[in-house]
Design a protein around this ligand. Structure first.
Ligand code: GLN
Length: 301
């Protein structure tokens, strides 16, 4: 913990101290982060903070503020400290067992709604649900759809379930523990799934060391790293998708910067897909791969 010679006495002094500490550590968005951390420590709505600058801080408040700020100084992501991240306008509880939802992942939800617009009775599977951000958002929007959410981490599934309950869709999602589409294998889903959506791990092993400490030290490696290439899960999803998707079923996957050629190559190698499309994110990076299972099951498999 940072040594403080003269402990801050008022909210205003505490804000100034938090900003100085975060600034010295070189974190981004210092002013905003200081604000959020102190609002949590002082248990105040963040918009109230500005009108309380003269208010004295109690020993307990100071203690909490120091704890939260020091966690951030150790580069723990703000979202884990505050326990929440917004996604598609909904608040998702997050902890170290799940990836923090990213804004570009919202594009997957948009793609499913636009391309799939799944009809009543359709089956949608979110593979690697993590916090449940994709499955839960879809469940709040779509009616009469069967939604399955798969994850290999029991802790992630617990987090996703509590997010579903928080948003009133706890009963609308079936939770399955396992690797990719494996849990569907024993359940007679072959050739019946209408939409598979996934934000799979897609960081290449060699890129791990270059990730910022917030990601590398705190987010689950399991949720981030694929294999040597980074596109191993896309390949597996094309293969599994071929088995489980109904004719014309939709496969929607997130991918990383520069991965499009490898993902296209994987689609070609696996075969059985048509109408490949991509969606760019705000930074102009090809971020989403959309593919349709060929209309009739090909004789080659
Ligand atoms: N589906 C979750 C998300 O998009 C988790 C993805 C993951 O853990 N790779 O945030």
């Amino acid at each position: 913990m940072t040594a403080i010679l003269d402990d801050p006495k008022t909210v205003g002094e505490l804000v100034a101290w938090a900003r100085r500490s975060l600034d010295a550590a070189g974190t981004e968005n210092v002013a905003q982060e200081a604000w959020w951390l102190l609002a949590a420590a002082l248990e105040m709505e963040h918009h109230v903070l500005a009108s309380r600058m003269e208010q004295p801080v109690s020993v307990e408040q100071l203690g909490r503020a120091k704890t939260l700020v020091s966690r951030r100084l150790a580069r723990e992501p703000l979202q884990y400290i505050l326990g929440t991240q917004e996604f598609c306008g909904l608040d998702f509880g997050v902890n170290a067992s799940v990836l923090i939802p990213r804004p570009e992942t919202e594009l997957l939800v948009h793609a499913v709604l636009k391309e799939g617009g799944p009809a009543a009775g359709a089956t949608v599977v979110d593979v690697g649900t993590g916090s449940g951000c994709i499955a839960v958002t879809l469940a709040t929007i779509l009616e009469g759809i069967r939604i399955l959410a798969v994850d290999c981490s029991a802790d992630a599934l617990e987090t996703a379930k509590s997010n579903a309950i928080k948003h009133g869709v706890g009963e609308k999602i079936e939770w399955l523990k396992g690797d990719l589409l494996d849990p569907l294998r024993d359940r007679n889903f072959i050739g019946t799934v209408d939409v598979i959506v996934s934000n799979p791990p897609y960081i290449a092993e060699g890129e791990w060391d270059q990730l910022q400490p917030e990601v590398r030290k705190f987010e689950p490696r399991l949720a981030l790293v694929a294999g040597q290439k980074g596109t191993e899960f896309h390949e597996r999803l094309f293969r599994d998708g071929k088995e489980f998707l109904a004719p014309e079923g939709l496969l929607v996957m997130e991918m990383g910067q520069g991965q499009l050629p490898l993902v296209q190559q994987a689609a070609g190698q696996v075969g059985g897909y048509t109408g490949l499309q991509t969606v760019k994110d705000e930074a102009g990076i090809e971020r989403v791969m959309i593919a349709r299972r060929a209309g009739s099951v090909s004789r080659h498999g």
